[in-house]
Design a protein around this ligand. Structure first.
Ligand SMILES: *[C@@H]1O[C@H](CO)[C@@H](O)[C@H](O)[C@H]1NC(C)=O
Ligand SMILES: *[C@@H]1O[C@H](CO)[C@@H](O)[C@H](O)[C@H]1NC(C)=O
Ligand SMILES: *[C@@H]1O[C@H](CO)[C@@H](O)[C@H](O)[C@H]1NC(C)=O
Ligand SMILES: *[C@@H]1O[C@H](CO)[C@@H](O)[C@H](O)[C@H]1NC(C)=O
Length: 282
């Protein structure tokens, strides 16, 4: 009898789990990019998009004097009509009272200074009080293929990131710009090893996602699987992204997504690439 009860419990809980797993399809989450001004923020909030990606630099608000503050802009721009503070309060206002369909936010910090100066602005949102997804993103390590961009200081980024325990840390590698150049590139064992090391050394203890560029990630399946295994206690996921014009081997990318699993892979790529993937239906 006892055996029967235990057996029954195991069967029903595993059945429940797999149902939940099937319902989770992170590739179905849609993205808006460079939501760095008031007009586009308004448009993005009224549409069906679920995650708003936006860039933060230190700069000034158009038509205003004063010391630099965190604003929504992509380098080389240093001015905007939208501050980080107003961006976050506008999204919060939009999400108030909504249960489904809340908009999440991915903040891409271009410099460590911008992240440092944003701490007090982000604090109320990363504490769990506001119930919408908040991602804090930076390229914290040098990546393929000899990327010229300087990474954001990883130790400082992770230390400050830990002050916002309900935020997801989105931590990646700089990449070379220009699809032609990186056609044959990949994330090497060294790139991945360095990330695992830095996550461990800095005792990261919140959810993480690793943004990886599709054209490189599709050449790097074995090491990306290692990365996810080593960080599984942090509910780690991949965020596969791609730029217009990147040369992506569709079959290899599809194989990566299906091997990692749609429940563990966000997909932020141009629509024509997404359509070519022919992902399996429910
Ligand atoms: C606002 O942002 C969108 C998306 O980045 C961009 O296409 C548009 O040109 C921007 N508008 C202004 C006035 O800067
Ligand atoms: C962390 O990830 C788990 C598993 O996906 C999820 O249930 C939880 O809500 C996430 N927490 C945060 C703060 O994102
Ligand atoms: C991972 O997700 C589980 C389930 O939602 C949660 O209990 C746990 O706290 C999460 N781990 C981290 C590091 O946030
Ligand atoms: C997952 O979402 C993608 C994009 O919306 C869709 O093409 C695919 O059929 C879905 N697959 C599953 C198993 O839900």
């Amino acid at each position: 009898m006892l055996w029967f009860l235990v057996f029954g419990f195991v069967v029903s809980s595993s059945a429940k789990l797999s149902e939940e797993e099937i319902m989770k399809n992170l590739t179905a989450i849609s993205w808006a990019h460079a939501v760095n001004n008031k007009t586009y923020l308004k448009t993005a909030l009224t549409g069906e998009i679920s995650m708003l990606e936006a860039d933060i630099v230190m700069g000034t608000l158009q038509g205003q004097d004063g010391p630099p503050l965190p604003i929504m802009a992509h380098p080389p721009a240093t001015s905007s009509d939208l501050s980080l503070a107003e961006f976050l309060s506008t999204v919060t206002q939009h999400n108030k009272g909504l249960k489904d369909k809340v908009k999440g936010v991915k903040l891409d910090f271009k410099t460590i200074e911008a992240f440092e100066k944003s701490q007090s602005v982000i604090a109320p949102y990363g504490s769990g009080k506001e119930k919408f997804p908040l991602w804090l993103n930076a390229d914290i390590l040098p990546g393929p293929v000899d990327a010229p961009a300087k990474p954001v200081d990883p130790v400082q980024f992770l230390k400050l990131g830990s002050q916002h325990p309900h935020a997801v840390l989105s931590i990646g590698w700089t990449t070379q710009i220009g699809g032609e150049v990186i056609k044959e590139g990949e994330y090497s064992r060294e790139h991945i090893g360095k990330m695992i090391q830095i996550v461990n050394e800095n005792k990261v203890s919140q959810n993480v996602t690793f943004p990886v560029r599709a054209c490189l990630a599709s050449n790097s399946q074995p090491v990306l699987l290692d990365l996810l295994r080593e960080t599984s206690s942090l509910n780690s996921t991949l965020t596969v992204w791609s730029s217009e014009g990147d040369h992506v081997t569709v079959d290899r990318l599809r194989a990566l997504l299906l091997t990692v699993g749609l429940e563990r892979t966000y997909l932020d790529v141009p629509i024509d690439l997404a359509n070519k993937l022919h992902l399996p239906q429910k």
